[in-house]
Design a protein around this ligand. Sequence first.
Ligand SMILES: [Zn+2]
Length: 340
Amino acid sequence: MNCRICDEAGAHARYRAREMFFGTGETFDYFQCRRCGCLQIADIPADLGRYYRADYYSLAPAGTRQPSRVAVRKRLQSHLLLVDRTPVGRAAAALARRVFPDAYPVQFMPQIRDGGLAALDEPILDVGCGSGQFLLALAGLGFTRLDGCDPFIAADVAVGPVALHRADIGDLPGERRYKLILFQHSLEHMADPVRALAAARRLLRNDGQIFVEVPVADSYAWEEFGTDWVDLDAPRHLFLPTRAGMARLAADAGLRVSRIAPMSSMFELLGSEQYRRGIPLRSPESFLVRGVGSVYTKAEVERAKTLARTLNVPGRAGRLAFYFRSADTAFGAGPDAAFQ
Ligand SMILES: [Zn+2]
């Protein structure tokens, strides 16, 4: 079987993984490319939609209530933090962060904080948006042009400045060009990631950026836990790339990697250890359902937190963020590349 990323043929290592999010008991064969190291499912199930029940992460209802009118203060805060790069603006943002630490959720959103946005009305597209929770959060921070697409949602939805389209990115209607396109744990669900990234490049403004967060196989989590790795998420994750595999995908899609950031947390350690013990993530015993004191003691959680911090470097982290730009623009290539 040929690697779907680099086309390498031949004897790749094979693995059998269990469905463990819901714990259905089904198994699926995966293989790891001997050249680029990308893990991938051997046969893509014909009926994938069946594995996205309504309680799968991103499809949980986000509510369809229009975000209440965005307070002037919130809008000003977002403006200061994201847009105003003048020394006075920076100082004001730093001061405001100290005075209102909780009012700055955007500082915990690296995809937005480092997305190179220059105004709150610059268009953002969230690919694989699910029920639109993330976009609704951005609307609440003052962003005004927010689109999402996801083939697994029930219907198109429009809520205030947020428009969700029931579509693959390749089938999106309209002519809008985006400053920032997000794939937040969605690319690994797609049968043809090059096609998806190439579609994103066509929708990208010249000065735009694509943010892709994915689980990666060149990581401690895969080495340590193998098919119990929580982010393998069989059969929904069709491929789990490596840094080399992502560089290859980017080149094939007309993109270049401008930056890589580690995004690990203790979840990948605790989730994987739980799978090793045979407990599905949605099980009533799961630490996600019952919290500390169920599967894990407080001390175990603390240890996982510490280990996750030391693992949070490229080459060890189980999750990475890749920032892409169009290969045929010089934007972000120089030393003055914003926020890098
Ligand atoms: Zn390969």
